[in-house]
Write a protein that binds this ligand. Structure first.
Ligand code: IMP
Ligand code: MG
Length: 192
């Protein structure tokens, strides 16, 4: 089956709902940061759109970093199961590290979606190794039904059901990241 065209996708969260919620998260982060400088660390590529909107609603001295990860095997794909347990973060590897040390910094890790929890567990462990002054996590979406490893998140945009979503940075086989709304992708086979 061919992948759906952009106008065949069903909107789950509209651009207005996203904008309102992201502004709210930005205000919350501003309030919590007590005037201290922040370093936002975005997870490539999915979190780039969320990060760029979020930081414009945060009123404090801020810098950005980007970090890249890839999964061994075919993850993440829709409707595919993976091994559970602590060793499963070994399924995630770093493809791009941050450019500057985070030692003594107030770090906010920014991710598009928390799904199984493997990626954020891996990244949290990695970034805590830098010995930041504080460490918090912001995710746009949370799919709790798919969790394999528990992750404590400080800021969550929306909690969604177990559906594969695209748009606003999220992709399916690298497509659809530029959609302004978050849309549900109908059942498809896994991309390679
Ligand atoms: P986790 O390690 O399973 O928590 O997966 C996080 C990553 O899986 C995200 O950064 C996304 O790249 C990807 N992912 C999980 N669910 C979706 C989805 O519904 N749409 C697009 N990407 C997803
Ligand atoms: Mg991602």
């Amino acid at each position: 089956m061919d992948q759906p065209t952009i106008d065949e996708l069903k909107i789950l969260i509209s651009r207005q709902q996203i904008a309102d919620r992201v502004a709210e998260l930005g205000r919350q982060i501003t309030g919590d940061s007590a005037g201290e400088p922040l370093v936002f660390v975005g997870v490539l590529k999915g979190a780039a759109v969320f990060l760029s909107d979020l930081v414009r609603h945060v009123q404090c001295d801020a810098t950005f970093e980007f970090i890249g990860v890839a999964s061994y095997g075919a993850r993440p794909t829709p409707h595919q199961e993976i091994r559970g347990g602590w060793d499963s973060t070994g399924e995630v590897r770093l493809t791009k590290d941050v450019d500057h040390s985070l030692r003594g910094k107030n770090v906010i890790l920014v991710e598009d979606i928390l799904d199984t929890g493997l990626t954020l567990t891996f990244l949290k462990r990695l970034l805590l190794g830098h010995q930041p002054k504080s460490f918090r996590i912001a995710v746009l979406l949370d799919k709790p039904s798919r969790r394999k490893l528990a992750v404590d998140v400080d800021y969550t945009g929306f909690t969604i059901a177990d559906e594969f979503v695209v748009g606003y940075g999220l992709d399916y086989a690298e497509r659809y990241r530029n959609l302004p709304d978050i849309c549900v992708l109908p059942n498809l086979s896994a991309p390679e």
